[in-house]
Design a protein around this ligand. Structure first.
Ligand SMILES: [Mg+2]
Length: 407
């Protein structure tokens, strides 16, 4: 049986490249995306012109400015990058269902299962590269290998903008002269220790027995032993987001009171927001459902240009939709529900943390409290009202009746 074939695709200097594409006047200038020089926070991406000055992603903006004051500093537009990213992954999924989203601009494709479709995997990988570049207008680096680590190391070799393939029989030759920093299991501390032992190249590591590496680095030592030999059995973890997530409550008795209904809506928005955070998803569509006392269901939905996750944004939309539905009916309600659909995954948003919506930070703070003390331990003023009506234990997820996640 033939082995696996993994293609690793990585867009070069992604955020900066998108900015250059949309603002041609920036081309050729050093660009740092992530914030303005005086702002707190780090460079999310910088282009190769900026890297020449020693600027790299993850570096504090102030420091980037000291190294390269002439750089163009941009706050960046996450929605825009997200849109490019979605197009990127849509295109990749045309080639195989086995696509792993390693980050916004980085993917592993496993072609192994698709062997009957492609006569020559190298040619397919080159075609993928050409198509991404043509259809997105961005330069990508592509690496091909018999597993994930080798494919990724091949991409590193191919950067910027190139193509490199490591074949089964060439693994040793390929690895021998690479610097040990290329190995993911070797962090900065391990690097220092190994260099003290005179081990600088991956080939130098081959002389160390597994037991020695274990003694030096514990369990991680075994990982390093395998990685140094290009051994990696990790599967390509393809992900498809659920189609929708919803939360709804059927009341014990029909409810007339508008304030109380809104309290439920706030509670459901809060619950839904938590579920989205847990799945790391943002919703483009928010939908509200009501069931009237006569069992008729009414539904209204809204498409949002900017996907939402935090409870305040969800509640705002849900409340408007609720009023549109409720103002036309003259009956008490048996049920209210809130549903999120057209879900997109949030990736590497934390790079933009300083600009992250304050509602999002509120959500994160609530999560921390609830993790410790339970969901009911902290509620918004609107939800508090429910406690008076339903004197149930907080921990029993008190009024929530149904929760569903559709895959
Ligand atoms: Mg990249």
């Amino acid at each position: 049986m033939k082995g696996r074939t993994i293609v690793h695709v990585d867009i070069d200097a992604f955020f900066a490249a998108v900015e250059e594409l949309l603002h041609p006047e920036l081309r050729g200038k050093p660009i740092v995306v992530g914030g303005l020089p005086h702002e707190r926070g780090v460079a999310a991406t910088c282009n190769y012109e900026a890297r020449r000055y020693g600027v790299h992603s993850g570096m504090p903006l102030r420091q980037a400015y000291e190294l390269c004051p002439q750089a163009v500093f941009l706050r960046g537009n996450y929605q825009l990058y997200q849109a490019f990213s979605e197009k990127f992954f849509r295109l990749l999924r045309e080639y195989t269902p086995d696509v792993e989203e390693a980050s916004l601009d980085e993917a592993y494709l496993e072609l192994t299962r698709c062997r009957p479709l492609y006569a020559d995997f190298s040619a397919t990988a080159r075609e993928i590269k050409a198509r991404v570049e043509r259809e997105l207008g961005l330069k990508v680096s592509v690496g091909v290998g018999p597993n994930k680590i080798l494919a990724k190391l091949a991409t590193k070799k191919a950067k910027p903008g190139g193509f490199f393939e490591v074949r089964e029989g060439e693994v040793e030759d390929f690895l021998r002269d690479l610097d040990i920093e290329a190995i993911p299991g070797i962090g900065p501390k391990a690097q220092v220790e190994l260099r003290l032992l005179g081990i600088n190249k991956i080939g130098d590591l081959w002389g160390l027995p597994k037991a020695a590496l274990r003694q030096l680095f514990g369990l991680n030592g075994e990982e390093i032993y395998l990685q140094a030999r290009g051994i990696d059995a990790r599967p390509v973890a393809s992900f498809s987001p659920p189609k929708s997530i919803s939360r709804e409550t059927t009341f014990l008795e029909d409810i007339w009171d508008k304030k109380l209904l809104l309290a439920h809506l706030a509670y459901l928005s809060d619950r839904l927001s938590l579920a989205l955070r847990e799945e790391n998803l943002y919703a483009h569509i928010i939908e509200v459902k009501i069931r009237l006392a006569d069992f008729r269901n009414e539904v209204k939905r809204r498409l949002l240009v900017t996907p939402v996750q935090d409870m305040t944004s969800i509640y705002r939309v849900a409340r408007e939709l609720f009023f549109e539905l409720y103002s036309s009916c003259r009956l008490a309600l048996r049920l209210v529900g809130v549903k999120a659909s057209d879900l997109v995954r949030a990736r590497s948003l934390s790079l933009f943390e300083p600009y992250c919506d304050r509602f999002e930070r509120l959500g994160q703070a609530l999560d921390r409290v609830r993790e410790k003390y339970g969901f009911g331990a902290i509620l918004t003023a609107r939800e508090r009202m429910l406690e008076a009506v339903y004197p149930l234990e907080k921990e029993r997820g008190f009024v929530l009746r149904t929760a569903s996640l559709t895959r």
